[in-house]
Design a protein around this ligand. Structure first.
Ligand SMILES: [Fe+2]
Ligand SMILES: [Fe+2]
Length: 314
């Protein structure tokens, strides 16, 4: 493995891990697992419906329904909603799309993220690598295709961005949403957009803003984070469906709330079905048993080698 460059070791690791946990908890209280019956009606039109989603095992689930949102996560969303603007997104895309932060294998990236965001916080139930493996193992147990299992494994690796020069947490994690047009009320904490400079800019605050109706999400600037960064990392290696999942897996305002259909084209509607299939495996697989990394490593190294060269650019 080439030594990863540009790692900023002074980034506060514990608070990053904590905010990741708290965002997940908030998402789980906002989107609790559906019953099997509810699920079967909503996924019947999907290209390949999971036979059982991880939400089936709700009995072993911790209680995520607390109405109290920790102050830290409120502050996080406040900052994210204020700072994600057209100009900041363009700047971030320019900064990170050249992929000159590191050259390493996908497995090494998993281990690196795990080392950087370790289990030093006793309240953290799962490490990053465990979340990745739980997502991929849930997909594997469900009989999903190999490319989708691999997508589960790598979908959050863009969080390395936090150590590769991100300004804070607001440009790495959290739900994503389009900038350059009106912020939907379906986005979590919509009231926090009031202090975003784009909110009062007439160029950006109409339904379509700078976009044409049904222009396609590929032409839309999404708030910057680990989704867009990881999409840039994998787009030359994985099937288009996998790349689409990676790019939009945090776009809850669409894949859960359907708030941006007016910007989507036919291609997006087809592809978004895969994000909807993927999301329960990402969100609800935390209820499953912690994976045994050593036992699983050889299976995943083989799977990674099926799609990726030895080293890729980050
Ligand atoms: Fe994610
Ligand atoms: Fe995830």
């Amino acid at each position: 493995m080439s030594p990863p460059t540009k790692i900023n070791a002074s980034q506060p690791v514990n608070s990053f891990e904590e905010i990741c946990e708290e965002i997940d908890t908030l998402l789980l209280s906002r989107y609790p697992p559906k019953t099997v019956d509810e699920d079967s009606s909503s996924i019947s039109s999907l290209p390949s419906s999971p036979s059982s989603t991880p939400s089936d095992s709700t009995s072993s689930f911790r209680d995520y329904t607390s109405p109290i949102t920790p102050m830290r996560v409120m502050k996080f969303y406040q900052e994210q909603h204020e700072k994600q603007t057209v100009s900041s997104v363009i700047e971030k895309r320019k900064q990170f799309s050249s992929l000159n932060c590191a050259k390493m294998s996908v497995w090494d990236a998993l281990e690196l993220l795990n080392t950087l965001v370790d289990n030093s916080d006793p309240d953290t139930e799962l490490s990053q690598i465990e979340h990745c493996l739980q997502t991929s193992e849930a997909l594997r147990k469900d009989g999903q295709p190999r490319w989708l299992i691999l997508t589960g494994l790598i979908h959050d690796l863009g969080k390395l961005l936090y150590f590769y020069g991100a300004e804070g947490q607001w440009d790495v994690v959290g739900d994503t949403f389009p900038v350059g047009c009106a912020f939907s009320q379906s986005i979590i904490f919509p009231e926090f957009f009031k202090n975003n400079p784009d909110y009062s800019n007439p160029k950006y605050n109409t339904l379509y803003g700078i976009y044409e109706p049904n222009c396609g999400l590929d032409n839309v600037l999404m708030s910057y984070g680990h989704d867009e960064y990881m999409y840039q990392v994998v787009k030359d290696y994985l099937p288009v469906e996998a790349c689409y999942i990676v790019r939009y897996h945090s776009f809850y305002a669409q894949h859960r709330e359907n708030a941006y259909c007016h910007l989507m084209n036919d291609y997006d509607h087809e592809m978004m079905k895969w994000v909807k299939i993927f999301n329960p495996f990402d969100l609800y697989s935390k209820a499953d048993q912690p994976p045994n990394i050593h036992e699983l490593k050889s299976y995943y190294i083989e799977l990674i080698n099926e799609f990726f060269p030895e080293e890729i650019c980050w």
